[in-house]
Design a binder for this molecule. Structure first.
Ligand SMILES: Nc1ncnc2c1ncn2[C@@H]1O[C@H](COP(=O)(O)OP(=O)(O)OP(=O)(O)O)[C@@H](O)[C@H]1O
Ligand SMILES: [Mg+2]
Length: 391
Protein backbone atom coordinates (compact mmCIF):
# COMPACT_ATOMS: atom_id res chain seq x y z
CA UNK A 1 0.00 0.00 0.00
CA UNK A 2 1.04 3.57 -0.66
CA UNK A 3 0.18 6.68 1.34
CA UNK A 4 0.91 10.03 -0.30
CA UNK A 5 0.43 13.22 1.63
CA UNK A 6 0.37 16.65 -0.02
CA UNK A 7 1.28 19.65 2.07
CA UNK A 8 2.09 23.33 1.47
CA UNK A 9 1.06 26.88 2.22
CA UNK A 10 -2.54 28.04 1.85
CA UNK A 11 -3.88 28.27 -1.68
CA UNK A 12 -0.85 26.82 -3.53
CA UNK A 13 -2.88 23.98 -5.03
CA UNK A 14 -2.61 21.08 -2.55
CA UNK A 15 -6.20 19.95 -2.98
CA UNK A 16 -5.97 20.14 -6.78
CA UNK A 17 -2.69 18.20 -6.97
CA UNK A 18 -3.93 15.59 -4.49
CA UNK A 19 -7.15 15.10 -6.45
CA UNK A 20 -5.21 15.01 -9.74
CA UNK A 21 -2.85 12.32 -8.41
CA UNK A 22 -5.85 10.34 -7.17
CA UNK A 23 -7.58 10.45 -10.56
CA UNK A 24 -4.56 9.08 -12.39
CA UNK A 25 -3.92 6.48 -9.71
CA UNK A 26 -7.51 5.21 -10.09
CA UNK A 27 -7.19 5.20 -13.88
CA UNK A 28 -4.35 2.68 -13.56
CA UNK A 29 -6.75 0.34 -11.84
CA UNK A 30 -5.48 0.97 -8.33
CA UNK A 31 -8.13 1.20 -5.64
CA UNK A 32 -7.56 4.78 -4.54
CA UNK A 33 -8.90 6.82 -1.66
CA UNK A 34 -8.41 10.57 -1.63
CA UNK A 35 -9.16 12.10 1.73
CA UNK A 36 -9.14 15.64 2.97
CA UNK A 37 -8.14 16.32 6.57
CA UNK A 38 -8.49 20.08 6.28
CA UNK A 39 -11.53 21.16 8.31
CA UNK A 40 -12.13 23.80 5.62
CA UNK A 41 -12.85 21.12 3.04
CA UNK A 42 -12.57 21.90 -0.63
CA UNK A 43 -11.93 18.44 -2.06
CA UNK A 44 -15.56 18.32 -3.13
CA UNK A 45 -15.03 21.55 -5.08
CA UNK A 46 -12.20 19.93 -7.04
CA UNK A 47 -14.51 17.12 -8.09
CA UNK A 48 -17.43 19.50 -8.42
CA UNK A 49 -19.64 17.41 -6.18
CA UNK A 50 -20.62 17.10 -2.58
CA UNK A 51 -18.61 14.56 -0.59
CA UNK A 52 -19.47 12.73 2.58
CA UNK A 53 -17.56 12.02 5.78
CA UNK A 54 -17.39 8.37 4.77
CA UNK A 55 -15.53 7.18 1.64
CA UNK A 56 -17.76 7.36 -1.39
CA UNK A 57 -16.96 5.84 -4.78
CA UNK A 58 -17.09 8.73 -7.21
CA UNK A 59 -15.43 7.09 -10.20
CA UNK A 60 -14.28 3.55 -11.03
CA UNK A 61 -11.59 2.73 -8.43
CA UNK A 62 -11.73 6.19 -6.85
CA UNK A 63 -13.17 6.90 -3.43
CA UNK A 64 -13.25 10.36 -1.87
CA UNK A 65 -13.91 11.52 1.65
CA UNK A 66 -13.87 14.70 3.68
CA UNK A 67 -13.14 13.67 7.25
CA UNK A 68 -15.49 15.23 9.75
CA UNK A 69 -13.60 15.54 12.99
CA UNK A 70 -16.62 16.32 15.12
CA UNK A 71 -18.02 12.98 14.04
CA UNK A 72 -14.68 11.27 14.70
CA UNK A 73 -14.41 12.74 18.18
CA UNK A 74 -17.78 11.31 19.12
CA UNK A 75 -16.80 7.93 17.69
CA UNK A 76 -13.29 7.48 18.93
CA UNK A 77 -12.60 9.74 21.85
CA UNK A 78 -15.94 10.03 23.55
CA UNK A 79 -15.12 8.61 26.98
CA UNK A 80 -11.87 10.50 27.37
CA UNK A 81 -13.50 13.71 26.26
CA UNK A 82 -16.26 13.24 28.77
CA UNK A 83 -13.67 12.61 31.47
CA UNK A 84 -11.70 15.71 30.55
CA UNK A 85 -14.89 17.74 30.68
CA UNK A 86 -15.49 16.47 34.23
CA UNK A 87 -11.90 17.14 35.15
CA UNK A 88 -11.82 20.68 33.92
CA UNK A 89 -15.22 21.63 35.27
CA UNK A 90 -14.32 20.13 38.62
CA UNK A 91 -11.32 22.39 38.86
CA UNK A 92 -13.64 25.27 38.09
CA UNK A 93 -11.47 26.55 35.31
CA UNK A 94 -12.98 29.91 34.49
CA UNK A 95 -13.19 31.83 31.26
CA UNK A 96 -12.14 28.96 29.07
CA UNK A 97 -14.82 26.94 27.45
CA UNK A 98 -14.69 23.26 28.14
CA UNK A 99 -14.96 22.59 24.44
CA UNK A 100 -11.69 24.44 23.89
CA UNK A 101 -9.94 22.43 26.53
CA UNK A 102 -11.13 19.02 25.52
CA UNK A 103 -10.16 19.41 21.89
CA UNK A 104 -6.56 20.26 22.53
CA UNK A 105 -4.39 21.51 19.68
CA UNK A 106 -3.94 19.00 16.94
CA UNK A 107 -6.62 16.69 18.36
CA UNK A 108 -8.71 16.95 15.23
CA UNK A 109 -5.75 16.17 13.00
CA UNK A 110 -4.89 13.21 15.14
CA UNK A 111 -8.35 11.76 14.72
CA UNK A 112 -8.05 12.14 10.97
CA UNK A 113 -4.76 10.27 11.05
CA UNK A 114 -6.24 7.52 13.17
CA UNK A 115 -8.98 7.11 10.59
CA UNK A 116 -6.34 6.79 7.88
CA UNK A 117 -4.44 4.26 10.00
CA UNK A 118 -7.64 2.24 10.18
CA UNK A 119 -7.93 2.18 6.37
CA UNK A 120 -4.31 1.21 6.17
CA UNK A 121 -4.86 -1.76 8.46
CA UNK A 122 -8.02 -2.85 6.67
CA UNK A 123 -5.95 -3.04 3.48
CA UNK A 124 -8.85 -2.46 1.07
CA UNK A 125 -7.24 0.47 -0.74
CA UNK A 126 -4.01 0.25 -2.75
CA UNK A 127 -3.32 3.97 -2.48
CA UNK A 128 -4.40 6.61 0.03
CA UNK A 129 -3.84 10.23 -0.93
CA UNK A 130 -4.16 12.86 1.78
CA UNK A 131 -5.02 16.48 1.15
CA UNK A 132 -3.80 18.37 4.20
CA UNK A 133 -4.56 21.65 5.88
CA UNK A 134 -1.96 24.40 5.18
CA UNK A 135 1.63 23.71 6.25
CA UNK A 136 1.84 24.76 9.88
CA UNK A 137 -0.95 22.49 10.86
CA UNK A 138 0.33 19.55 8.87
CA UNK A 139 3.63 19.68 10.69
CA UNK A 140 1.85 19.70 13.99
CA UNK A 141 -0.13 16.75 12.71
CA UNK A 142 2.94 14.75 11.89
CA UNK A 143 4.74 15.45 15.12
CA UNK A 144 1.51 14.88 16.94
CA UNK A 145 2.00 11.32 18.12
CA UNK A 146 5.07 12.41 20.06
CA UNK A 147 3.44 15.58 21.31
CA UNK A 148 0.34 13.81 22.48
CA UNK A 149 2.30 11.16 24.28
CA UNK A 150 4.15 13.87 26.19
CA UNK A 151 0.92 15.65 26.97
CA UNK A 152 -0.84 12.51 28.14
CA UNK A 153 2.04 11.43 30.30
CA UNK A 154 1.79 14.76 32.07
CA UNK A 155 -1.93 14.50 32.45
CA UNK A 156 -2.11 10.82 33.35
CA UNK A 157 1.11 10.06 35.18
CA UNK A 158 -0.58 7.50 37.36
CA UNK A 159 -0.71 4.10 35.82
CA UNK A 160 -3.95 2.24 35.42
CA UNK A 161 -3.42 -0.13 38.33
CA UNK A 162 -2.61 2.68 40.70
CA UNK A 163 -5.78 4.47 39.77
CA UNK A 164 -7.92 1.51 40.71
CA UNK A 165 -6.48 1.63 44.19
CA UNK A 166 -5.90 5.32 44.66
CA UNK A 167 -8.93 6.65 42.78
CA UNK A 168 -11.59 6.35 45.44
CA UNK A 169 -9.25 7.77 48.08
CA UNK A 170 -7.88 10.70 46.15
CA UNK A 171 -11.16 11.76 44.62
CA UNK A 172 -12.86 13.11 47.73
CA UNK A 173 -9.68 14.70 49.04
CA UNK A 174 -8.61 16.63 45.98
CA UNK A 175 -12.02 16.97 44.43
CA UNK A 176 -10.49 15.79 41.19
CA UNK A 177 -12.27 12.95 39.45
CA UNK A 178 -9.93 10.12 38.55
CA UNK A 179 -10.23 8.51 35.13
CA UNK A 180 -12.24 5.30 35.18
CA UNK A 181 -10.93 1.96 33.91
CA UNK A 182 -12.78 2.51 30.66
CA UNK A 183 -11.17 5.89 30.14
CA UNK A 184 -7.76 4.42 30.88
CA UNK A 185 -8.40 1.62 28.37
CA UNK A 186 -9.23 4.20 25.75
CA UNK A 187 -6.01 6.04 26.55
CA UNK A 188 -3.96 2.83 26.46
CA UNK A 189 -5.43 2.03 23.12
CA UNK A 190 -4.57 5.49 21.91
CA UNK A 191 -0.92 5.04 22.97
CA UNK A 192 -0.80 1.82 21.03
CA UNK A 193 -2.30 3.36 17.92
CA UNK A 194 0.06 6.32 18.12
CA UNK A 195 3.01 3.97 17.94
CA UNK A 196 1.52 2.19 14.97
CA UNK A 197 0.80 5.49 13.29
CA UNK A 198 4.31 6.75 13.73
CA UNK A 199 5.60 3.51 12.18
CA UNK A 200 3.32 3.72 9.15
CA UNK A 201 3.86 7.40 8.45
CA UNK A 202 7.62 7.24 8.76
CA UNK A 203 8.00 4.03 6.77
CA UNK A 204 9.66 5.15 3.57
CA UNK A 205 8.29 2.21 1.61
CA UNK A 206 4.74 3.21 2.46
CA UNK A 207 4.44 6.94 3.02
CA UNK A 208 5.67 9.82 0.86
CA UNK A 209 5.22 13.47 1.63
CA UNK A 210 5.10 15.94 -1.24
CA UNK A 211 5.43 19.66 -0.88
CA UNK A 212 3.39 21.88 -3.19
CA UNK A 213 4.77 25.36 -3.83
CA UNK A 214 4.23 28.29 -6.16
CA UNK A 215 7.20 30.21 -7.54
CA UNK A 216 6.78 33.00 -4.98
CA UNK A 217 9.03 34.22 -2.22
CA UNK A 218 6.86 33.69 0.85
CA UNK A 219 5.63 30.32 -0.29
CA UNK A 220 9.14 29.00 -0.86
CA UNK A 221 10.38 30.23 2.49
CA UNK A 222 7.67 28.33 4.31
CA UNK A 223 8.19 25.24 2.18
CA UNK A 224 11.92 25.22 3.00
CA UNK A 225 11.12 25.36 6.66
CA UNK A 226 8.71 22.46 6.53
CA UNK A 227 11.16 20.51 4.38
CA UNK A 228 13.80 20.86 7.09
CA UNK A 229 11.41 19.82 9.83
CA UNK A 230 10.03 16.88 7.89
CA UNK A 231 13.57 15.66 7.36
CA UNK A 232 14.38 16.03 11.01
CA UNK A 233 11.34 14.04 12.00
CA UNK A 234 12.55 11.52 9.43
CA UNK A 235 9.57 11.60 7.11
CA UNK A 236 10.24 10.88 3.47
CA UNK A 237 9.73 13.94 1.31
CA UNK A 238 9.90 12.36 -2.15
CA UNK A 239 8.87 15.22 -4.45
CA UNK A 240 8.21 18.92 -4.73
CA UNK A 241 5.46 20.13 -7.06
CA UNK A 242 5.78 23.69 -8.36
CA UNK A 243 2.28 24.75 -9.30
CA UNK A 244 0.95 27.72 -11.27
CA UNK A 245 4.00 28.29 -13.45
CA UNK A 246 3.20 30.75 -16.24
CA UNK A 247 3.71 28.79 -19.48
CA UNK A 248 6.38 29.79 -22.00
CA UNK A 249 3.87 30.37 -24.74
CA UNK A 250 2.27 33.21 -22.81
CA UNK A 251 3.89 36.23 -24.44
CA UNK A 252 1.55 38.89 -23.13
CA UNK A 253 3.49 41.96 -21.90
CA UNK A 254 1.49 41.96 -18.72
CA UNK A 255 2.99 38.60 -17.73
CA UNK A 256 6.55 39.24 -18.91
CA UNK A 257 7.76 40.61 -15.57
CA UNK A 258 5.93 37.82 -13.77
CA UNK A 259 7.71 35.25 -15.88
CA UNK A 260 11.10 36.72 -14.94
CA UNK A 261 10.18 36.64 -11.27
CA UNK A 262 9.04 33.05 -11.54
CA UNK A 263 12.25 32.11 -13.33
CA UNK A 264 14.29 33.41 -10.42
CA UNK A 265 12.18 31.53 -7.89
CA UNK A 266 12.31 28.34 -9.92
CA UNK A 267 16.09 28.36 -9.51
CA UNK A 268 15.70 29.12 -5.79
CA UNK A 269 13.46 26.08 -5.55
CA UNK A 270 16.13 23.92 -7.19
CA UNK A 271 18.73 25.19 -4.75
CA UNK A 272 16.50 24.54 -1.77
CA UNK A 273 15.22 21.07 -2.46
CA UNK A 274 17.81 19.24 -4.56
CA UNK A 275 18.28 16.30 -4.81
CA UNK A 276 14.53 15.79 -4.33
CA UNK A 277 12.85 15.56 -7.76
CA UNK A 278 10.91 18.66 -8.74
CA UNK A 279 7.75 18.58 -10.88
CA UNK A 280 5.97 21.48 -12.55
CA UNK A 281 2.35 22.32 -13.31
CA UNK A 282 1.43 25.29 -15.48
CA UNK A 283 -1.02 27.96 -14.51
CA UNK A 284 -4.00 26.76 -16.54
CA UNK A 285 -6.32 29.06 -18.41
CA UNK A 286 -9.09 27.96 -16.06
CA UNK A 287 -9.65 26.55 -12.57
CA UNK A 288 -8.82 22.92 -11.87
CA UNK A 289 -12.30 21.50 -11.42
CA UNK A 290 -13.72 18.17 -12.55
CA UNK A 291 -12.00 14.90 -13.48
CA UNK A 292 -11.12 16.13 -16.98
CA UNK A 293 -9.03 19.03 -15.65
CA UNK A 294 -7.62 16.90 -12.84
CA UNK A 295 -6.45 14.34 -15.31
CA UNK A 296 -4.88 17.04 -17.43
CA UNK A 297 -3.10 18.42 -14.38
CA UNK A 298 -1.69 15.03 -13.46
CA UNK A 299 -0.39 14.50 -17.00
CA UNK A 300 1.28 17.91 -17.00
CA UNK A 301 2.98 17.21 -13.68
CA UNK A 302 4.07 13.61 -14.02
CA UNK A 303 4.17 13.30 -17.83
CA UNK A 304 4.60 9.58 -18.56
CA UNK A 305 5.69 8.72 -15.00
CA UNK A 306 3.52 6.86 -12.56
CA UNK A 307 2.51 9.46 -9.91
CA UNK A 308 2.08 6.77 -7.26
CA UNK A 309 5.68 5.53 -7.31
CA UNK A 310 8.16 6.58 -4.66
CA UNK A 311 10.10 9.39 -6.31
CA UNK A 312 13.04 9.61 -3.96
CA UNK A 313 14.42 7.32 -1.30
CA UNK A 314 17.37 9.06 0.27
CA UNK A 315 17.42 11.16 3.35
CA UNK A 316 18.18 14.70 2.22
CA UNK A 317 19.04 16.12 5.63
CA UNK A 318 19.49 14.79 9.11
CA UNK A 319 20.56 16.07 12.47
CA UNK A 320 22.39 14.02 15.07
CA UNK A 321 23.31 14.93 18.58
CA UNK A 322 26.97 14.49 19.49
CA UNK A 323 28.92 15.60 22.56
CA UNK A 324 26.49 18.35 23.44
CA UNK A 325 26.52 19.70 19.90
CA UNK A 326 24.83 18.73 16.66
CA UNK A 327 25.86 17.43 13.27
CA UNK A 328 23.83 18.44 10.27
CA UNK A 329 24.32 15.98 7.42
CA UNK A 330 23.10 16.79 3.94
CA UNK A 331 23.05 14.65 0.87
CA UNK A 332 24.79 16.59 -1.89
CA UNK A 333 25.60 14.22 -4.69
CA UNK A 334 26.81 16.84 -7.14
CA UNK A 335 28.90 18.89 -4.80
CA UNK A 336 32.57 19.49 -5.53
CA UNK A 337 34.92 19.56 -2.61
CA UNK A 338 36.80 22.59 -3.88
CA UNK A 339 35.71 26.16 -3.15
CA UNK A 340 33.31 25.10 -0.43
CA UNK A 341 31.92 28.13 1.38
CA UNK A 342 29.33 28.38 4.13
CA UNK A 343 27.50 31.53 4.95
CA UNK A 344 24.96 31.86 7.72
CA UNK A 345 22.41 34.67 7.67
CA UNK A 346 19.84 34.37 10.46
CA UNK A 347 18.16 31.03 10.05
CA UNK A 348 19.45 30.63 6.53
CA UNK A 349 22.55 28.70 5.61
CA UNK A 350 23.95 29.30 2.15
CA UNK A 351 26.33 26.68 0.84
CA UNK A 352 28.40 27.34 -2.25
CA UNK A 353 30.78 25.01 -4.01
CA UNK A 354 31.93 25.37 -7.57
CA UNK A 355 28.85 26.36 -9.53
CA UNK A 356 26.42 24.90 -7.01
CA UNK A 357 24.47 26.83 -4.43
CA UNK A 358 22.15 25.49 -1.75
CA UNK A 359 19.85 27.29 0.67
CA UNK A 360 19.04 25.52 3.90
CA UNK A 361 16.64 26.84 6.49
CA UNK A 362 18.15 25.92 9.83
CA UNK A 363 15.92 24.48 12.50
CA UNK A 364 15.54 26.58 15.61
CA UNK A 365 17.63 24.24 17.77
CA UNK A 366 20.71 25.00 15.72
CA UNK A 367 20.37 28.77 15.86
CA UNK A 368 21.87 28.86 19.33
CA UNK A 369 25.02 27.14 18.17
CA UNK A 370 27.82 28.23 15.93
CA UNK A 371 29.39 26.32 13.07
CA UNK A 372 32.58 24.56 14.19
CA UNK A 373 33.66 22.73 11.07
CA UNK A 374 32.41 21.26 7.85
CA UNK A 375 33.48 18.19 5.97
CA UNK A 376 32.50 16.69 2.66
CA UNK A 377 32.79 13.03 1.96
CA UNK A 378 30.96 10.26 0.18
CA UNK A 379 28.39 12.64 -1.32
CA UNK A 380 27.47 14.03 2.08
CA UNK A 381 28.25 17.39 3.58
CA UNK A 382 28.58 17.31 7.35
CA UNK A 383 28.48 20.46 9.43
CA UNK A 384 29.30 20.49 13.12
CA UNK A 385 27.44 22.93 15.36
CA UNK A 386 28.69 23.43 18.90
CA UNK A 387 29.35 25.78 21.77
CA UNK A 388 26.07 27.39 22.66
CA UNK A 389 26.11 31.09 21.78
CA UNK A 390 25.64 33.41 24.72
CA UNK A 391 22.65 35.63 24.22
N1 LIG B 1 -2.31 25.11 -12.00
C1 LIG B 1 -3.44 25.78 -11.79
N2 LIG B 1 -4.00 26.56 -12.75
C2 LIG B 1 -5.14 27.22 -12.53
N3 LIG B 1 -5.82 27.20 -11.39
C3 LIG B 1 -5.33 26.44 -10.39
C4 LIG B 1 -4.12 25.69 -10.53
N4 LIG B 1 -3.89 25.03 -9.38
C5 LIG B 1 -4.90 25.35 -8.55
N5 LIG B 1 -5.77 26.19 -9.14
C6 LIG B 1 -6.96 26.80 -8.56
O1 LIG B 1 -6.52 27.57 -7.44
C7 LIG B 1 -7.44 27.47 -6.36
C8 LIG B 1 -6.73 26.95 -5.12
O2 LIG B 1 -6.31 25.62 -5.36
P1 LIG B 1 -6.43 24.50 -4.24
O3 LIG B 1 -7.75 24.55 -3.57
O4 LIG B 1 -6.00 23.23 -4.87
O5 LIG B 1 -5.31 25.01 -3.26
P2 LIG B 1 -5.00 24.54 -1.75
O6 LIG B 1 -3.53 24.63 -1.56
O7 LIG B 1 -5.65 23.23 -1.50
O8 LIG B 1 -5.75 25.66 -0.93
P3 LIG B 1 -6.11 25.66 0.66
O9 LIG B 1 -4.85 25.97 1.37
O10 LIG B 1 -7.12 26.72 0.77
O11 LIG B 1 -6.64 24.29 0.96
C9 LIG B 1 -8.58 26.57 -6.85
O12 LIG B 1 -9.61 27.38 -7.31
C10 LIG B 1 -7.93 25.79 -7.98
O13 LIG B 1 -8.90 25.41 -8.96
MG1 LIG C 1 -7.03 22.65 0.04
Amino acid sequence: MRIILYTGKGGVGKTSVAAATAVSSAKQGLKTLVVSTDPAHSLGDSFDRKLSYEPEEIMVNLWAQEIDTVHEIEEGWGKVQKYLTDLFTSKAVKNITTQELTIFPGMEDLLSLLKILKYYKEGFFDVIIIDCAPTGETLALLSFPEMLRWWMEKLFPIKKKAIKVVGPVVEPILGIPMPSGEVMNEIDNMYYELDEMKKVFSDRDITSIRIVVNPEKMVIKEAQRSFTYLNIYDFNVDAVVVNKVIPDNVTDDYFRAWKDIQKKYKSDINESFAPIPIYYAPLFETEVVGTGMLNRMSEEIFKKENPVNIKYRGRAQRIDNEDGGYILTMEMPFLQKKDLSLNQKGDELIIKAGGIKRNITLPRTLLNYSIKKAKFDDQHLKIWFGGEKNE
